[in-house]
Write a protein that binds this ligand. Structure first.
Ligand SMILES: [Zn+2]
Length: 190
């Protein structure tokens, strides 16, 4: 769970909107899941060879943020970044880049997608879809985000699904169908 104030939420989204249409990124710090400090970081890797948006935080900014987190006696709680034109769900790259050294880290993702409907305009901060995840061993788990005590919606989009490494559920379904087995619910007759 991540707890934020409206002011910190707006600080995150303002940075990401300012970076749009590039991805923006930053770090979150606080105590016991409560964010007390937001560190916007410079993005030094904006596009990959295929033209997909990316982020890679400037190492100087990361070091400075960790220094301040130590100085203030805070914990590193996770990172945030934007998906300009995309939904707030971890991409395959996000899953591969998850930090095994920080299994409790939250990956707060801000989707800035709504501007597509308005033409090529910089999105406003109210356009932001904000969700948070933990990513451990390529397994994505959505986490609660509370802004001033109010839980943000966990929307379900069609691309919200784990990375399909192994198609276990459909194999199980096929097996159940082929044997015709499985428990029957006793409805007690009509
Ligand atoms: Zn991402």
């Amino acid at each position: 769970m991540l707890r934020l104030t409206h002011a910190l939420r707006d600080e995150i989204v303002r940075h990401l909107v300012a970076e749009w249409p590039n991805e923006g990124c930053g770090m979150l710090a606080g105590r016991d899941g409560t964010v007390e400090a937001v560190f916007p970081l410079r993005n030094i890797e904006i596009w990959d060879d295929l033209g997909y948006a990316l982020y890679q935080a400037h190492p100087e900014d990361v070091l400075a943020a960790f220094q301040e987190i130590d100085d203030r006696g805070l914990e590193f709680l996770g990172t945030f970044h934007s998906h300009p034109g995309g939904g707030a769900y971890p991409s395959g790259i996000d899953v591969r880049k998850a930090m095994p050294a920080y299994p409790d880290a939250h990956y707060l993702i801000v989707g800035l997608k709504e501007h597509w409907g308005k033409g090529w305009e910089r999105p406003g901060i109210t356009d932001a879809e904000i969700r948070a995840f933990t990513i451990v061993d390529a397994s994505v788990a959505e986490q609660d985000v509370l802004v001033d005590g109010v839980m943000l919606p966990k929307k379900r989009w069609w691309w919200d699904r784990p990375i399909p490494l192994i198609d276990k559920p459909s194999r199980a379904r096929r097996r159940r169908r082929s044997t015709g087995g499985g428990r029957r619910l006793d409805t007690g007759g009509a």
